[in-house]
Design a protein around this ligand. Sequence first.
Ligand SMILES: [Zn+2]
Ligand SMILES: [Zn+2]
Ligand SMILES: [Zn+2]
Ligand SMILES: [Zn+2]
Ligand SMILES: [Zn+2]
Ligand SMILES: [Zn+2]
Ligand SMILES: [Zn+2]
Ligand SMILES: [Zn+2]
Length: 263
Amino acid sequence: MERSDFGKMGYGCKHYRRRCMIRAPCCNEIFGCRHCHNEVTNMLNSPSDRHDLVRFDVKQVVCLVCDAEQPVARVCTNCGVNMGEYFCEICKFYDDDSDKGQFHCDDCGICRVGGRENFFHCKKCGSCYSLSLRDNHSCVENSMRNHCPICYEYLFDSLKDTNVMKCGHTIHHECFHEMIKFQKFSCPICSKSAMDMTLIWKRLDEEIEATAMPEDYRHKKVWILCNDCNDTTEVFFHIMGQKCHHCNSYNTRTIAPPVLPQE
Ligand SMILES: [Zn+2]
Ligand SMILES: [Zn+2]
Ligand SMILES: [Zn+2]
Ligand SMILES: [Zn+2]
Ligand SMILES: [Zn+2]
Ligand SMILES: [Zn+2]
Ligand SMILES: [Zn+2]
Ligand SMILES: [Zn+2]
Protein backbone atom coordinates (compact mmCIF):
# COMPACT_ATOMS: atom_id res chain seq x y z
CA MET A 1 0.00 0.00 0.00
CA GLU A 2 1.24 3.48 -0.84
CA ARG A 3 2.20 5.62 2.07
CA SER A 4 -0.42 8.19 1.04
CA ASP A 5 -3.12 5.52 1.27
CA PHE A 6 -2.17 4.71 4.86
CA GLY A 7 -5.27 4.19 6.96
CA LYS A 8 -7.66 5.06 4.14
CA MET A 9 -9.71 1.88 4.15
CA GLY A 10 -12.99 1.51 6.00
CA TYR A 11 -13.11 4.54 8.24
CA GLY A 12 -15.68 7.21 8.82
CA CYS A 13 -19.42 7.27 9.33
CA LYS A 14 -22.38 6.83 7.00
CA HIS A 15 -21.99 10.47 5.94
CA TYR A 16 -18.27 10.84 5.29
CA ARG A 17 -15.18 8.71 4.74
CA ARG A 18 -12.41 10.07 6.94
CA ARG A 19 -10.09 9.09 9.74
CA CYS A 20 -11.33 11.05 12.69
CA MET A 21 -14.33 11.58 14.90
CA ILE A 22 -15.24 14.91 16.45
CA ARG A 23 -15.80 15.92 20.05
CA ALA A 24 -19.04 17.89 20.12
CA PRO A 25 -18.38 21.23 21.80
CA CYS A 26 -22.02 21.46 22.88
CA CYS A 27 -22.48 18.16 24.71
CA ASN A 28 -18.85 17.07 25.03
CA GLU A 29 -19.45 13.67 23.44
CA ILE A 30 -17.69 11.97 20.52
CA PHE A 31 -19.51 11.59 17.19
CA GLY A 32 -18.61 10.47 13.66
CA CYS A 33 -19.54 13.86 12.22
CA ARG A 34 -21.90 16.74 12.90
CA HIS A 35 -24.75 15.01 11.05
CA CYS A 36 -24.28 11.92 13.24
CA HIS A 37 -24.48 14.30 16.21
CA ASN A 38 -27.58 16.08 14.95
CA GLU A 39 -29.39 12.83 14.18
CA VAL A 40 -28.90 11.67 17.77
CA THR A 41 -29.56 14.96 19.54
CA ASN A 42 -32.67 15.73 17.49
CA MET A 43 -34.19 12.41 18.60
CA LEU A 44 -33.88 13.26 22.28
CA ASN A 45 -37.13 13.04 24.20
CA SER A 46 -37.00 16.42 25.80
CA PRO A 47 -37.32 19.19 23.18
CA SER A 48 -35.11 21.47 25.26
CA ASP A 49 -32.23 18.98 24.94
CA ARG A 50 -32.43 18.92 21.13
CA HIS A 51 -29.78 20.99 19.38
CA ASP A 52 -27.55 21.17 16.32
CA LEU A 53 -23.80 21.15 16.47
CA VAL A 54 -22.10 24.40 15.42
CA ARG A 55 -19.35 23.18 13.10
CA PHE A 56 -17.08 26.17 13.70
CA ASP A 57 -16.96 25.47 17.43
CA VAL A 58 -15.37 22.02 17.12
CA LYS A 59 -11.99 22.13 18.87
CA GLN A 60 -10.97 18.49 19.32
CA VAL A 61 -10.94 15.42 17.09
CA VAL A 62 -10.12 11.78 17.76
CA CYS A 63 -7.88 9.97 15.27
CA LEU A 64 -9.52 6.71 14.12
CA VAL A 65 -6.17 5.07 13.42
CA CYS A 66 -4.48 5.61 16.80
CA ASP A 67 -7.34 6.91 18.98
CA ALA A 68 -5.41 10.00 20.03
CA GLU A 69 -7.60 13.00 20.87
CA GLN A 70 -6.08 16.28 19.70
CA PRO A 71 -6.81 19.78 18.42
CA VAL A 72 -8.33 20.06 14.92
CA ALA A 73 -5.71 19.67 12.16
CA ARG A 74 -5.36 17.79 8.88
CA VAL A 75 -2.63 15.39 10.05
CA CYS A 76 -2.71 13.36 13.27
CA THR A 77 0.03 14.62 15.59
CA ASN A 78 0.40 11.15 17.09
CA CYS A 79 0.49 8.70 14.16
CA GLY A 80 0.88 11.05 11.21
CA VAL A 81 -2.16 9.85 9.26
CA ASN A 82 -3.91 12.34 6.99
CA MET A 83 -7.34 12.45 8.64
CA GLY A 84 -9.16 13.70 5.52
CA GLU A 85 -8.23 14.20 1.89
CA TYR A 86 -10.28 17.40 1.88
CA PHE A 87 -9.86 19.44 5.03
CA CYS A 88 -11.37 22.83 5.90
CA GLU A 89 -9.86 24.53 8.89
CA ILE A 90 -12.80 26.93 9.23
CA CYS A 91 -15.60 24.33 9.10
CA LYS A 92 -13.46 21.69 10.88
CA PHE A 93 -14.53 19.44 8.05
CA TYR A 94 -12.80 16.30 6.74
CA ASP A 95 -13.82 14.17 3.75
CA ASP A 96 -11.90 11.68 1.60
CA ASP A 97 -14.37 11.75 -1.28
CA SER A 98 -12.77 14.72 -3.02
CA ASP A 99 -14.74 13.76 -6.18
CA LYS A 100 -17.56 15.76 -4.60
CA GLY A 101 -15.59 18.89 -5.39
CA GLN A 102 -15.75 20.42 -1.93
CA PHE A 103 -14.78 24.07 -1.60
CA HIS A 104 -15.08 26.70 1.09
CA CYS A 105 -17.00 29.82 0.05
CA ASP A 106 -15.88 32.81 2.12
CA ASP A 107 -19.13 34.65 1.45
CA CYS A 108 -21.32 31.72 2.48
CA GLY A 109 -18.90 31.00 5.30
CA ILE A 110 -19.30 27.25 4.83
CA CYS A 111 -18.03 24.45 2.62
CA ARG A 112 -20.04 23.52 -0.43
CA VAL A 113 -19.80 20.69 -2.99
CA GLY A 114 -19.89 20.62 -6.78
CA GLY A 115 -16.57 22.29 -7.68
CA ARG A 116 -15.68 25.94 -7.10
CA GLU A 117 -15.36 26.48 -10.87
CA ASN A 118 -19.06 25.63 -11.34
CA PHE A 119 -20.44 28.21 -8.92
CA PHE A 120 -20.54 31.91 -8.21
CA HIS A 121 -21.70 33.60 -5.05
CA CYS A 122 -24.77 35.79 -5.54
CA LYS A 123 -24.49 38.43 -2.83
CA LYS A 124 -28.14 39.43 -3.06
CA CYS A 125 -29.59 35.91 -2.83
CA GLY A 126 -26.98 35.16 -0.17
CA SER A 127 -25.64 31.87 -1.48
CA CYS A 128 -23.58 30.09 -4.11
CA TYR A 129 -25.50 29.46 -7.32
CA SER A 130 -24.61 27.39 -10.36
CA LEU A 131 -22.81 29.37 -13.11
CA SER A 132 -25.78 28.83 -15.44
CA LEU A 133 -27.77 31.21 -13.20
CA ARG A 134 -25.26 34.05 -13.49
CA ASP A 135 -27.15 37.11 -14.88
CA ASN A 136 -29.95 34.64 -15.48
CA HIS A 137 -32.16 34.60 -12.37
CA SER A 138 -34.42 36.95 -10.45
CA CYS A 139 -32.60 37.94 -7.29
CA VAL A 140 -34.56 37.74 -4.08
CA GLU A 141 -32.92 39.25 -1.02
CA ASN A 142 -31.51 36.40 1.07
CA SER A 143 -33.54 33.88 -0.89
CA MET A 144 -31.44 30.99 0.37
CA ARG A 145 -31.66 32.01 4.03
CA ASN A 146 -35.17 30.60 4.08
CA HIS A 147 -36.93 27.32 4.60
CA CYS A 148 -38.03 25.15 1.68
CA PRO A 149 -41.72 26.03 1.14
CA ILE A 150 -42.60 22.35 0.78
CA CYS A 151 -40.68 20.48 3.50
CA TYR A 152 -39.61 23.47 5.66
CA GLU A 153 -35.97 22.43 5.91
CA TYR A 154 -33.58 25.39 6.11
CA LEU A 155 -32.13 25.72 2.60
CA PHE A 156 -28.84 27.53 3.12
CA ASP A 157 -26.91 24.59 4.54
CA SER A 158 -29.17 21.80 3.32
CA LEU A 159 -27.38 18.76 1.92
CA LYS A 160 -29.93 18.43 -0.87
CA ASP A 161 -29.85 20.21 -4.25
CA THR A 162 -31.85 23.39 -4.53
CA ASN A 163 -33.72 24.95 -7.48
CA VAL A 164 -34.20 28.64 -8.08
CA MET A 165 -37.70 29.16 -9.42
CA LYS A 166 -38.50 31.73 -12.12
CA CYS A 167 -39.59 34.22 -9.46
CA GLY A 168 -36.27 33.88 -7.62
CA HIS A 169 -37.61 31.95 -4.64
CA THR A 170 -35.77 28.77 -3.79
CA ILE A 171 -36.95 25.22 -3.13
CA HIS A 172 -35.34 21.78 -2.90
CA HIS A 173 -34.85 20.15 -6.28
CA GLU A 174 -36.79 17.06 -5.20
CA CYS A 175 -39.56 19.10 -3.55
CA PHE A 176 -39.92 21.11 -6.77
CA HIS A 177 -40.39 17.94 -8.78
CA GLU A 178 -42.86 16.60 -6.26
CA MET A 179 -44.84 19.82 -6.72
CA ILE A 180 -44.77 19.58 -10.55
CA LYS A 181 -45.87 15.95 -10.32
CA PHE A 182 -49.03 17.16 -8.60
CA GLN A 183 -49.65 19.65 -11.44
CA LYS A 184 -48.84 22.63 -9.27
CA PHE A 185 -46.83 25.07 -11.36
CA SER A 186 -46.80 28.16 -9.21
CA CYS A 187 -44.44 29.23 -6.45
CA PRO A 188 -45.87 28.35 -3.03
CA ILE A 189 -44.46 31.61 -1.65
CA CYS A 190 -45.53 34.28 -4.18
CA SER A 191 -47.91 32.33 -6.52
CA LYS A 192 -45.99 33.40 -9.64
CA SER A 193 -45.30 30.74 -12.27
CA ALA A 194 -42.42 28.62 -11.01
CA MET A 195 -40.99 27.88 -14.44
CA ASP A 196 -41.25 28.86 -18.10
CA MET A 197 -44.88 28.07 -18.95
CA THR A 198 -44.95 29.14 -22.63
CA LEU A 199 -45.55 25.63 -23.97
CA ILE A 200 -48.10 24.72 -21.32
CA TRP A 201 -50.09 27.90 -21.95
CA LYS A 202 -49.96 27.24 -25.69
CA ARG A 203 -51.40 23.77 -25.18
CA LEU A 204 -54.11 25.24 -22.97
CA ASP A 205 -54.90 27.81 -25.70
CA GLU A 206 -55.50 24.95 -28.13
CA GLU A 207 -57.60 22.95 -25.70
CA ILE A 208 -59.77 25.95 -24.90
CA GLU A 209 -60.11 26.72 -28.60
CA ALA A 210 -61.42 23.17 -29.10
CA THR A 211 -63.78 23.19 -26.11
CA ALA A 212 -66.66 25.60 -26.56
CA MET A 213 -68.55 26.49 -23.41
CA PRO A 214 -72.31 25.71 -23.37
CA GLU A 215 -74.45 28.49 -24.83
CA ASP A 216 -75.58 29.66 -21.38
CA TYR A 217 -72.01 30.43 -20.34
CA ARG A 218 -70.59 31.58 -23.63
CA HIS A 219 -71.04 35.27 -22.90
CA LYS A 220 -70.29 35.12 -19.18
CA LYS A 221 -67.45 37.40 -18.17
CA VAL A 222 -65.36 37.41 -14.99
CA TRP A 223 -62.73 39.66 -13.45
CA ILE A 224 -59.32 38.11 -12.96
CA LEU A 225 -56.12 39.03 -11.18
CA CYS A 226 -52.98 37.71 -12.86
CA ASN A 227 -50.54 36.13 -10.41
CA ASP A 228 -47.67 36.72 -12.83
CA CYS A 229 -48.08 40.40 -13.85
CA ASN A 230 -50.61 41.56 -11.22
CA ASP A 231 -52.89 42.97 -13.92
CA THR A 232 -56.63 43.03 -13.30
CA THR A 233 -58.85 42.48 -16.35
CA GLU A 234 -62.31 41.34 -17.36
CA VAL A 235 -62.30 38.24 -19.58
CA PHE A 236 -64.67 35.56 -20.88
CA PHE A 237 -65.18 32.75 -18.40
CA HIS A 238 -63.92 29.29 -19.36
CA ILE A 239 -64.04 26.13 -17.29
CA MET A 240 -60.41 25.29 -18.17
CA GLY A 241 -58.93 28.59 -17.17
CA GLN A 242 -58.86 32.36 -17.63
CA LYS A 243 -56.06 33.91 -19.60
CA CYS A 244 -54.43 37.21 -18.74
CA HIS A 245 -54.42 39.26 -21.94
CA HIS A 246 -51.56 41.35 -20.70
CA CYS A 247 -48.91 38.57 -20.30
CA ASN A 248 -50.75 35.51 -21.73
CA SER A 249 -50.55 33.59 -18.46
CA TYR A 250 -53.32 31.34 -17.22
CA ASN A 251 -51.92 31.64 -13.71
CA THR A 252 -54.81 33.85 -12.70
CA ARG A 253 -57.52 33.93 -10.08
CA THR A 254 -61.06 35.22 -10.36
CA ILE A 255 -61.82 38.17 -8.18
CA ALA A 256 -64.81 40.31 -7.31
CA PRO A 257 -65.33 43.11 -9.86
CA PRO A 258 -63.41 46.20 -8.86
CA VAL A 259 -65.49 48.98 -7.36
CA LEU A 260 -64.95 52.02 -9.49
CA PRO A 261 -64.77 55.39 -7.82
CA GLN A 262 -67.73 57.71 -8.37
CA GLU A 263 -67.37 60.54 -10.78
ZN1 LIG B 1 -21.87 11.10 10.20
ZN1 LIG C 1 -3.48 9.02 14.73
ZN1 LIG D 1 -15.33 25.28 5.06
ZN1 LIG E 1 -21.19 31.21 -1.45
ZN1 LIG F 1 -29.30 36.39 -6.98
ZN1 LIG G 1 -37.85 20.71 0.58
ZN1 LIG H 1 -41.91 32.94 -5.70
ZN1 LIG I 1 -50.54 38.71 -16.60
